[in-house]
Unconditional design. Sequence first.
Length: 263
Amino acid sequence: MLKRFLPILEVFLLYCAVAAAKELPFPVDEKLTYKITWNGIPVAGAVATTGMVRENGVDYIAVKVETRTYPVFNVFYKVEDTHECLLDLKTLLPVRFTKNMMEGSSRYSDVTTFDYTTDTARFENLVTGTVTNVPIGPDTRDYLSFMYFMRGQEMDPQTTTKHKVLADDRVYEVRVHSEKIEDVELSHYSDVPSLRIDPEAAFNGLFVREGKATLWVSRDLRRILTRAKARVPFGRITVKLTDVSGAGDDFWITEKKGDDDED
């Protein structure tokens, strides 16, 4: 149940990206905090952060999404997932994507390195020790950096866009369907106008295969995921934004109010 939906959050917490490398539509020290409930019961939290890192004398944008079940829920099904990617400052294309996941008794650990000069991505499964070289196009991204790309795209209601996304050792087509604009009620903010989106893909680790996921993305320049819902076996998972922090002087920072007391 939970494991079928958590990857959606990990991807869409940062549902968004950059229109141009010189003008990022988000602060590079942004922190987004979410609460995940299952049938109204709080079961996990997730945090998405952006920042700058330097490797071998080169600066990159770093994105990280961490999801953890609450201690009381660990007895039933423990989740510790971390997804990270480095983005090229000029092109905002991914340089490296790393995934480390522990979900119940399952373990996943791999690293994908992108080389756009040879149109190849090197996928290394650290659990099995296998390496696969995958042909890619000039705009193929892993699913985390894809969300950064989407954050820079202004989608209108009732539109559909198609994209190529690398998941593990294969490239898939992702369709993003936008529906209508709806107000999302958040405890720390006034109602936030958000575009309702129905994503569709055919691979594990990004979208729910059984049941349907619905996402809401804010209509301001940051285009933040404000809410997500999905029906899964044994109930429904809900993800809701609880806090935005870091640099910035927009309403996310200046108009924050109250404590999160929602389920």
